[in-house]
Design a protein. Structure first.
Length: 130
């Protein structure tokens, strides 16, 4: 049962991260600073922080890679959100060829993390355990 509870909390943590990723796009699109989406964004940030504290692994090397690997995905997607919702809007890069290089770099970073992030974290964790 404890593993099922951790799995549910992990899924809720990722759901909150996904909402934190999507909400700023909606806020920029509607130009609504203090609406329902902004309130939901604040609630998602609070839920993410709470679940981060609950799910934070022990300091053992074996329990950390899955958590850090997922956290790495969150950071990559949030960096993309800041670029797209903030910088691209200010520079008016939407629907232009100017952002193609950025998106190629984003997908490359995501692919590198998908394929090599787990291996790197496991290797780093086993090195720290010695």
């Amino acid at each position: 049962m404890p593993h099922f509870r951790k799995l549910i909390l992990f899924l809720l943590w990722n759901l909150a991260a996904g909402f934190i990723f999507l909400a700023p796009h909606q806020l920029v699109r509607t130009q609504e600073a203090f609406g329902v989406v902004a309130l939901l964004l604040l609630c998602a940030i609070a839920a993410y922080g709470f679940l981060f504290r609950v799910l934070r692994p022990q300091r053992t090397a074996a329990s950390r890679p899955w958590f850090l690997w997922a956290f790495g995905f969150h950071l990559i997607f949030w960096a993309e959100m800041v670029m797209e919702a903030g910088l691209f809007t200010m520079l008016d890069f939407h629907n232009t060829d100017a952002n193609d290089v950025y998106f190629m770099a984003f997908w490359l970073a995501l692919g590198v993390w998908l394929l090599g992030g787990w291996w790197w974290l496991k290797r780093r964790g086993s090195r720290n355990a010695q």
